[in-house]
Ligand binder design. Structure first.
Ligand code: GLC
Length: 579
């Protein structure tokens, strides 16, 4: 088996198939700010550089706060900005209470959060505590001797016990999660790269440290935490052997380990419940039950989780809309009464939204980007929108391994070479799927380096910035950017889109996703053509007088059979008010 199918697209490892649910009885929604929010994710390294070193930074973000405000979003989720040697672009933290030098200083952070709060924007930060950097002081101490007081902050296996039972590493060049360290003649565990040793959550001292760190940031006024890879944090520290082939489905063995819920309850009690903050987990376990146990209000753990069933559907060879509809409908129905979902189709671990789920050809890029935005903004749950997707930014499609910056793809490429796999095929697939596609600099304008930096960008700018950029889109009332703004406002003005009951129509239509949202006497119909062809939606609802509310085309669709069928143009998205 070619191992890279297992690896390159990180997310399959964080989800699992979830069973169907029976009919649901909706109740009056429990209203919360984090349910009504639209979250805008900023990848700081690629957003805006203020000092010409080619790397985005906090002052850069500060200079763009009015832009962010103009989008209408309520919350910014910032990828890690803590001190880090950047093996994994900040997901390897060497000091949790400090700011990465490339990004600025704590004074910059204070200005950033003040600037956001002044504009009514909340800030959610990444909490990366499944692992730290190997350059964190805890790990330096831990590896120095078997009796050091930090030894048990990490997972060690003494070599005189023989080789430890196999554990799969997502990022290691050999996929071996145990790394031998001669200093103490022992192996340490790293589910991600060698420079990301896993923290030992069984150790109460470690947990106390983490809660202290969380309080430090909550006291600075942040409004939430995104718990990175946290479903993997709890481990059976006897390290039992896993059955042969476990690595193909390793999330089943890694996710939701013993005591995970105890740790989350403790975290909630110690920190989350003491502040008005939201908690969102990356990954939602292996079943709906796991997901509910993470987020249901009476559990006192987190507020929402994001599952990967949806985002994983896109493949280089395309995807089935019927499958897509089935997955989103199933998740909606499972959370219709209790719990809450995050909605997303892209982030910093994915290639670009329009290139994966839409059509980035010159003819269809704009309509398909707008159609996908319409989907995300009209479903139940909290939408997460990744920076640059509002412009319809596309994959860069690097051709050489040296173009890439992401350690995970470089390691996997080396692994493919080592096992004599087809590296050309690997690179071809990476053009579609590599996460560096989503990390190229934000395209601000048509000037040098798309206005991102006056220096040399840390990763190449997509050459299409000459015609896809924020400055051009500002001037065009029909741009992706201005359509996105309209959509956010539309969601804000229609709580039915946040809380209302969801019902899928024209279920077996392979090109059209049609659904209604309904609450308190208001009913909205959403028609989305996911194809590049003219098609027809048979919605079979009785429409006395359907009122078109928003569309990515300037002309309304034509009704073809009374009020129940509509002809839709390629990638058309249209919203009607029915009641
Ligand atoms: C999460 C992050 C990803 C990172 C990994 C290890 O999946 O989203 O970017 O590489 O965890 O921290």
């Amino acid at each position: 088996m070619k191992r890279y199918w297992l690896f390159l697209w990180l997310t399959p490892f964080f989800f699992a198939e979830s069973g169907c649910q029976g009919p649901v009885h909706e109740k009056t929604p429990d209203k919360k700010w984090w349910k009504e929010a639209v979250v805008y994710q900023i990848y700081p390294r690629s957003f805006k550089d203020s000092d010409g070193d080619g790397i985005g930074d906090l002052k850069g973000i500060i200079s763009k706060l009015d832009y962010i405000k103009s989008l209408g979003v309520d919350v910014v989720w910032l990828n890690p900005i803590y001190s880090s040697p950047n093996d994994d672009n900040g997901y390897d933290v060497s000091d949790y209470r400090n700011i990465m030098q490339d990004f600025g200083t704590m004074a910059d952070f204070d200005s950033l959060i003040n600037g956001m709060h002044r504009r009514g924007i909340k800030l959610v930060m990444d909490l990366v505590v499944n692992h730290s950097s190997d350059e964190h002081e805890w790990f330096k101490q831990s590896r120095s001797s078997r009796t050091n007081r930090y030894r048990n902050y990490y997972h060690w296996w003494n070599a005189e016990r023989g080789k430890p039972p196999s554990r799969y590493s997502l990022f290691d060049v050999n996929h071996d999660a145990w790394r031998y360290d001669s200093v103490t003649n022992a192996y340490y565990l790293h589910y991600f790269s060698r420079k990301q040793p896993d923290l030992n959550w069984e150790n109460p001292d470690l947990r106390k440290e983490v809660y202290g760190i969380m309080k430090f940031w909550a006291d600075k006024g942040i409004d939430g935490f995104r718990l990175d890879a946290f479903q993997f944090a709890a481990k059976d520290t006897s390290f039992p052997a896993f059955p042969e082939g476990y690595e193909k489905k390793f999330q089943l063995y890694y996710a939701m380990g013993p005591h995970l819920h105890d740790y989350l309850k403790e975290m909630n009690h110690e920190v989350l419940s003491r502040y008005d903050v939201m908690g969102v987990a990356e990954g939602a376990g292996n079943s709906f039950e796991d997901a509910h146990d993470l987020v249901d209000a009476d559990r006192n753990e987190l507020n929402m989780a994001y599952a990967f069933d949806g985002v994983d559907i896109a493949k280089p060879e395309g995807y089935s809309l019927l499958h897509f509809k089935e997955v989103f409908s199933r998740w909606d129905s499972a959370f219709a009464v209790n719990g809450w979902l995050s909605l997303f189709l892209s982030n910093h671990d994915q290639a670009r939204l329009v290139s994966r789920f839409g059509n980035d050809s010159p003819e269809f890029r704009e309509p398909s980007a707008k159609m996908l935005a319409t989907f995300l903004m009209t479903m139940r749950g909290t939408p997460y929108y990744y920076n640059g997707d509002e412009l319809g930014m596309t994959n860069i499609r690097f051709t050489k391994i040296t173009d890439y910056r992401d350690m995970s793809i470089k390691n996997e490429y080396q692994h493919q070479k080592d096992i004599h796999a087809d590296t050309l095929q690997f690179l071809e697939r990476a053009k579609f799927a590599s996460r560096d596609n989503g990390r190229t600099p934000f395209q601000w304008d048509g000037g040098p380096n798309a206005g991102f930096t006056t220096g040399i960008p840390w990763i190449p700018v997509n050459p299409n910035y000459m015609y896809i950029n924020a400055a051009l889109e500002e001037k065009n009332p029909n741009s992706c950017l201005n359509y996105f703004r309209k959509l956010v406002l539309f969601r804000k003005n229609n709580p039915v889109l946040v809380y209302g009951k969801y019902e899928m129509l024209d279920k077996d239509n392979p090109q059209v996703y049609a659904y209604t949202r309904e609450m308190e006497g208001k009913k909205i119909l959403v028609l989305l053509n996911f194809s590049a062809k003219n098609t027809r939606a048979d919605v079979k609802v009785s429409l006395a007088d359907p009122k078109p509310l928003l569309s990515n085309y300037s002309e309304n669709p034509t009704e073809v059979s009374g009020h129940s069928g509509f002809a839709l143009r390629p990638y058309e998205a249209t919203i009607f008010q029915l009641q």
